[in-house]
Design a protein around this ligand. Structure first.
Ligand SMILES: [Ca+2]
Ligand SMILES: [Ca+2]
Length: 216
């Protein structure tokens, strides 16, 4: 599938090859739904690609409304807009150059892969629970300002993210039943997608997004 300037909803097992010219990127939305997306990178492109993913999720999150362009989840949108407002459904970004997981949900990973998944906010290792392991990891991410710990996608890892993690942990029993990423879904069910996104965004574009989201 090759697309430009459009909205994409990922609902079935597929390999999506997505090409977005810089001029149209801001209008592009990829809806993960209740899926997990694996984005392969190369060692030379990894860091820029990871920054791109942070920005795409941040623009989609749009301060918690989940109504912006970028990489979003309709589940996160529904959770954010259905009263009572909870906002604990998130798009978690897992950088496998950090975690070095051999696989996720049975899907093989390389250390250059970036994983994005609809999940509970704060389930940093995407194992289906928000627990003390995630909390300890969040402490490290706060120390290093690693944006994998930026749960509210505001560009920094701080107390607001810990508060969201705590709320997510308290509500996880309620939410686990509605997320099929819990319980090791089979690849054949469509829970996995591999996204190839050439060409990579330029550093100039990333700088533009950085300025627009988080002015210096
Ligand atoms: Ca976890
Ligand atoms: Ca944050």
């Amino acid at each position: 599938m090759r697309v430009t300037r459009c909205a994409i909803s990922l609902a079935l097992a597929a390999i999506a090859i997505f090409e977005a010219p810089e001029s149209s990127f801001a209008q592009t939305t990829i809806d993960l739904g209740n899926n997990t997306l694996v984005y392969p990178t190369t060692p030379s492109s990894h860091d820029a690609d990871l920054q791109m993913m942070f920005y795409m999720v941040a623009t989609a999150c749009d301060g918690g409304a989940w109504d912006g362009p970028g990489i979003t989840s309709s589940l996160a949108y529904a959770d954010a807009h259905n009263p009572p407002y909870n906002g604990v459904i998130d798009v978690t970004i897992l950088d496998n150059s950090y975690w070095r997981l051999p696989s996720i949900f049975g899907f093989p990973l390389t250390n250059n892969d970036i994983v994005m998944s609809t999940s509970l906010a704060g389930d940093l290792n995407l194992n289906g629970v928000v627990d003390s392991f995630d909390y300890a990891q969040e402490v490290t991410f706060e120390t290093n300002q690693n944006l994998q710990g930026d749960l509210n996608h505001d560009g920094q890892v701080d107390s607001a993210d810990f508060q969201l993690m705590a709320r997510s942990a308290s509500l996880q029993n309620e939410y686990n039943s509605s997320l099929n990423y819990i319980g090791v879904p089979e690849p054949s069910t469509g829970a996995f997608l591999v996204l190839l996104l050439p060409p990579l965004l330029s550093s100039r574009m990333l700088a533009k997004f950085r300025r627009s989201r988080w002015p210096a």
